[in-house]
Design a protein around this ligand. Structure first.
Ligand code: SF4
Length: 235
């Protein structure tokens, strides 16, 4: 177990996303940050409500869908959260690298900007859910990221698709229009396609390539009972 590991308060259930977010706010204060893919509005709403003032970071790869940017604007107008749009370094410009080198493209457009964002932070909220796929099936609600030396908080880890839908309806939240067009997992437009009924939710990400994750969630998990190294996909 890593010395810096912070464990979730014992009286907070892993399904209690609001409780986890509020706990993270108390625990990490101004050291807390949320990175959001804006695939859905749930976590941004939870953080704006239960951890007000926490920066919400959008990693702008230069290849985001227009629908995703639309949802960012709609939610920001309504919830007034501090939005940080983080872009690649100046020498990274739109090009065709994604056509022949997806690992290199993700490294320059996602991983490097994320590492920059997380420098000096102590708590990182993500939207990972176990139902996203096999690589996330055993992820705990709180884990220590040995690579970036901070605590990673996954408030939605135990939520089902039905839980997400119920929350959106209950709070009358806007949706990413791509979801109803068959995109249950949304990343950059060159590397995301809709999925067929019955397909894995992330089957549309880097389809046809030997790649299932982009390196954002490479981490060492540490819980009270188990420590394993794993690599998970992007939110
Ligand atoms: S998902 Fe595709 S376009 Fe986006 S950074 Fe990775 S390789 Fe590039």
């Amino acid at each position: 177990m890593t010395a810096q590991m912070t464990t979730l308060a014992a009286d907070i259930a892993e399904t209690d996303a609001a409780g986890i977010v509020a706990w993270a706010h108390r625990e990490f204060g101004s050291g807390l940050v949320l990175t959001a893919s804006f695939e859905d509005p749930v976590l941004v709403h939870l953080v704006a409500t239960h951890a007000p003032g926490t920066p919400v970071v959008l990693l702008d790869t230069q290849y985001l869908f227009a629908e995703t940017l639309w949802l960012v604007e709609k939610l920001q107008q309504r919830l007034k959260f501090p939005l940080e749009i983080v872009r690649p370094l100046d020498d990274v410009q739109p090009d065709d690298q994604w056509q022949f080198d997806v690992e290199g493209c993700c490294a320059r457009r996602k991983v490097e900007p994320l590492n920059r964002v997380l420098q000096g932070r102590t708590g990182w909220i993500t939207g990972i859910r176990r139902v996203d796929g096999p690589t996330r099936a055993t992820t705990p609600p709180v884990q220590y990221d040995d690579v970036r030396q901070l605590t990673k908080i996954n408030p939605l880890i135990a939520w089902s698709d039905e839980d997400v839908e119920a929350y959106i309806v209950a709070n009358d939240l806007p949706r990413n229009p791509l979801v109803e067009r068959g995109y249950p997992s949304i990343g950059c437009w060159p590397c995301t396609r809709p999925v067929a009924p019955g397909e894995d939710k992330r089957a549309g990400r880097w389809a046809g390539q030997n790649k299932t994750e982009c390196g954002l969630h490479v981490t060492t998990k540490a819980t009270a009972n188990v420590t394993t190294t794993t690599s998970e996909g992007q939110s």
